[in-house]
Design a protein around this ligand. Structure first.
Ligand code: P6P
Length: 335
């Protein structure tokens, strides 16, 4: 991995330049697109930090495509990302959790499309819990010079050329992969810069943390209950569930653990969205040596059918997914 050559403290910009130098085939559009995403995150980071002061928290009263009430900040985040990607010129179309239809940027000659959850976990905003942006980038398959099409977004998880997230927490960190490992960059507010703080991230092979919404426990299939009960017997086991996906995911990536969103009565196919939550996090976790699954296959191998479809999601350390899969396979064999 190139990252090993760059010391902690390298700026995101210099890191992107070095990655590009090492891959001369690229003409820099992806590099510029990553910079545009970083720029939008800086603007959102500032809005989030001011939210309490200028009353932009709290519900806006409208609903998004999922029928969830939209908080003002996630509308602002949506607008900011869309504007940054339109102005950046590298993206022909955007799918956002906040909009039913594809957003056409008008950059008809751009090479990329982006699927994004501009501010996930927005019900946590007005209680000051960490929230996050999740993004996924594809090279378009529709002809240059035409608008983006659904097919550009439904290529499947393995066709992502980059993916990552920004976590607005006690500090703001941007974590992403372009398929050559995973790197984390921490934002320094006073300088307005991201600095390499987590080079070449690797997820611990095992872990004692499980993240699941215990309120649905009685609705889970038996293998999930068995797995959770087994984890509870582990000494040092910890139940950690913020209810904000990016926060739960990032902690488990660093410390080892598993995030579980299985079928529930309310969400028969799971709750998390494939295009702009599960695919990007599955790309990151597998690049960091972790495992993703929908119970039968890597999330990256799920065939996408619609832009906002949901799926079951298990995202965690290799050993924990192995133990869970053993239980699920036995259960599926009995079905
Ligand atoms: P539940 C937030 O709405 C979200 O999409 C994720 O950020 C979070 O992990 C999950 O849903 C929480 O869902 O059903 O446990 O409240």
């Amino acid at each position: 991995n190139l990252n090993l050559a760059l010391p902690v403290g390298t700026t995101l910009d210099r890191f992107i330049n070095r990655q590009q130098e090492a891959f001369p085939y690229a003409k820099g559009e992806l590099s510029q697109l990553l910079r545009d995403i970083a720029l939008a995150s800086k603007i959102i980071n500032r809005e989030i930090n001011r939210a309490g002061l200028i009353d932009i928290t709290g519900a806006l009263g409208t609903e998004n495509v999922q029928g969830e009430s939209q908080q003002k900040l996630d509308m602002i985040a949506n607008i900011r990302f869309i504007r940054a990607l339109i102005n950046g010129g590298e993206v022909v179309g955007i799918v956002s959790e906040e909009d039913d239809e594809i957003i056409q940027t008008g950059n008809l000659n751009a090479k990329y499309v982006v699927a994004i959850d501009p501010l996930d976990g927005s019900s946590n905003i007005d209680v000051n819990v960490s929230i996050g942006t999740i993004f996924s980038i594809y090279r378009r398959i529709s002809p240059i010079g035409t608008p983006a099409t659904e097919a550009d977004f439904l290529q499947g998880g393995r066709k992502q050329i980059a993916a990552g997230y920004i976590l607005y927490g006690s500090s703001t960190i941007m974590v992403y992969t372009t398929g050559k490992g995973v790197n984390g960059f921490t934002y320094e507010n006073s300088l307005g810069e991201y600095f390499l703080s987590h080079p070449d991230m690797k997820m611990p092979e095992n872990g004692k943390i499980y993240s699941v919404n215990d309120a649905y426990y009685d609705e889970f299939q038996n293998p999930i209950k068995d797995f959770i009960n087994k984890m509870r017997q582990e000494s040092g086991c910890m139940a950690r569930y913020i209810g904000s996906l990016v926060g739960d995911f990032h902690r488990n990536l660093l410390k080892g653990g598993i995030y579980i969103y299985p079928p529930t009565r309310k969400a028969k196919d799971g709750k998390l969205r494939l295009l702009y939550e599960c695919y990007p996090l599955a790309f990151v976790i597998e690049q960091a040596g972790g495992v993703s699954s929908d119970g039968t296959q890597s999330i990256l191998d799920i065939q996408p059918k619609t832009l906002h479809q949901r799926n079951i999601a298990y995202l965690g350390s290799k050993k924990l997914l192995f133990n869970l899969k053993k239980r699920l396979d036995k259960y599926h064999d009995l079905m």
